[in-house]
Design a protein around this ligand. Structure first.
Ligand code: NAG
Ligand code: NAG
Ligand code: NAG
Ligand code: NAG
Ligand code: NAG
Ligand code: NAG
Ligand code: NAG
Ligand code: ZN
Length: 424
């Protein structure tokens, strides 16, 4: 906490001389300042080898021989035609699709159990009873600090389904999720309907999001959620070849609909209340729940905050999805570990479920000192690149250690992007 205040002061003194840091960005509470475009060398240096940020990826760049080889090595993709063009669904395809649902197309039928052989069923609930697999789609949203501060104050971790383009636009916000102990899953590069891409486009939307998350946070997810839930057996197969588990939901808050006027806040609250009353009625006594909620607007995040105490009272446990699955190594990198379900629960009960009852043991305080030195290294102006590290162990037992390269040169803001504000 003190470290964050220190970094903020240091950043003010250094002005544009210092490259922004995760800790500096995380300390901002002014929404306009949080969303101001910035550039960090980690992303700027790599950007040329990534597809266009914010646009659907239609093919793998011909220069990326690694990605091309990986794609070309995939055989046996179910012979299902794309259901639209360039990520845009065709209304005719949807209207004329057989009710027999040959492709297990969620958008048409809500199908979660693939018809093609060899594919795992989608995850739409969590195995731990009376437990909510707690997560948010569409981040990293630029002004998410008040929301993440709240989660940290509750010592609550969640699963964040990140859009690759948003990770490239707001890498420091993405780093915060890992520093705070949240789990990261893939939510595609450009947030289009995945069944409306070619095989290559669908592969690329997933692959480059995995690469972006790895570049920025150091970890490679092994889970993904299709935007709009749009998945069929062809897309499931491609995702499975990237070792991505497909995660859907059975409850939808429809919080994303409020921004476009398709739903009222009262309707969204009724959806939260319905999940809460089902929990009270014993619906999750054998299998836990997943509800679709978003890190998308101030409204969706504030609604999550407002409902947190009610959810925490209705369920025995609110945990990231990996934790509810006992996945202690959720990422490709096996050196980043999560607590087992039992360990997560034990660590929360030992702190009263809440960091406020113990002092100095939350992730912010444990990362603060090492990160402030990383931040100050950027003032040297030598033009050389230094490496800063943040490491620690959060209250709920999530271990992490991140390495960020801090280039000690003057960085002029060049990013002209905006957060992808897309719904679902
Ligand atoms: C928030 O930051 C913006 C620019 O970053 C500034 O113009 C505005 O005055 C700030 N608002 C407050 C309340 O500090
Ligand atoms: C994706 O499909 C949904 C229907 O599930 C539709 O509402 C939405 O407009 C589609 N978006 C695109 C980009 O095709
Ligand atoms: C960390 O804990 C301190 C109290 O020890 C609290 O004031 C602070 O808000 C917490 N920070 C986070 C990010 O949880
Ligand atoms: C939403 O905006 C209000 C007003 O700016 C602010 O007080 C609140 O902290 C924000 N909530 C979240 C979760 O960002
Ligand atoms: C998680 O592990 C605990 C014991 O370590 C076990 O009781 C529980 O059933 C496991 N849950 C899952 C979903 O594997
Ligand atoms: C955590 O502590 C805060 C501040 O004391 C309190 O408002 C909140 O209700 C607590 N949450 C839980 C789940 O106990
Ligand atoms: C984890 O291992 C990878 C190599 O597999 C390495 O690049 C990375 O720095 C390590 N991360 C941590 C947090 O130690
Ligand atoms: Zn989404």
């Amino acid at each position: 906490m003190h470290a964050r205040a220190f970094v903020t002061v240091a950043a003010l003194l250094l002005g544009v001389l210092a490259e922004q840091t995760e800790q500096g960005q995380a300390a901002l509470t002014n929404d306009t300042a949080q969303c101001a475009p910035y550039s960090i060398s980690l992303v700027a240096d790599a950007q040329a080898s990534y597809p266009t940020i914010g646009s659907p990826i239609l093919s793998i760049p011909t220069t990326d021989t690694v990605a091309l080889a990986k794609f070309n090595a995939i055989t046996g993709i179910p012979n299902i035609a794309p259901k639209g063009v360039n990520g845009i669904l065709s209304a005719d395809t949807l209207n004329n699709y057989p009710t027999t649902d040959p492709d297990c197309w969620w958008t048409s039928s809500g199908c979660l159990t693939p018809k093609a052989s060899g594919l795992a069923a989608d995850t739409a609930s969590v195995p731990e009873p009376r437990t909510l697999g707690y997560g948010f789609d569409d981040g990293p949203f630029c002004s998410h600090n008040e929301f993440y501060n709240y989660l940290s104050a509750q010592n609550q971790k969640a699963t964040m389904f990140y859009i690759g383009s948003n990770v490239m636009w707001f890498p420091l916000q993405a780093q915060r999720a890992v520093v705070d102990g949240h789990e990261i899953c893939v939510h595609t590069w450009s947030h289009h309907n995945m069944t409306a891409f070619t095989n290559e486009g669908a592969f690329a939307e997933l692959y480059y999001t995995m690469q972006a998350i790895k570049l920025v946070t150091g970890v490679t997810p092994q889970c993904w959620r299709p935007p709009m839930g749009d998945v069929d057996d062809r897309i499931r197969y491609i995702a499975s070849k990237l070792n991505l588990e497909t995660i859907l939901w059975k409850y939808d808050s429809f919080d994303w609909k409020v921004a476009s006027g398709q739903a009222t806040p009262a309707q969204v609250q009724a959806n939260y209340d319905s999940l809460i009353s089902d929990a009270g009625a014993g619906t999750f006594d054998t299998v836990g729940a997943i509800m679709l909620t978003h890190e998308l607007t101030n409204y969706t995040m504030q609604t999550a905050v407002d409902n947190y105490p009610k959810l925490a009272a209705a369920f025995d446990h609110l945990v990231p999805i990996a934790v509810a699955q006992n996945k202690t190594q959720p990422y490709v990198e096996t050196n980043v570990t999560f607590p087992s379900f039992a360990a997560y629960i034990a660590s929360r009960s030992s702190t009263g479920g809440n960091s406020t009852s113990s002092s100095g043991t939350n992730s912010s305080s444990s990362t603060g000192s090492s990160s402030s030195s990383a931040g100050s290294s950027s003032s040297s102006g030598s033009g050389s690149s230094q490496s800063g590290t943040a490491s620690g162990s959060s209250n709920a037992g999530v271990s992490f250690r991140l390495s960020y390269a801090h280039s000690a040169i003057i960085v002029v803001t060049t990013v002209a992007g905006a957060v992808l504000v897309l719904y679902y």
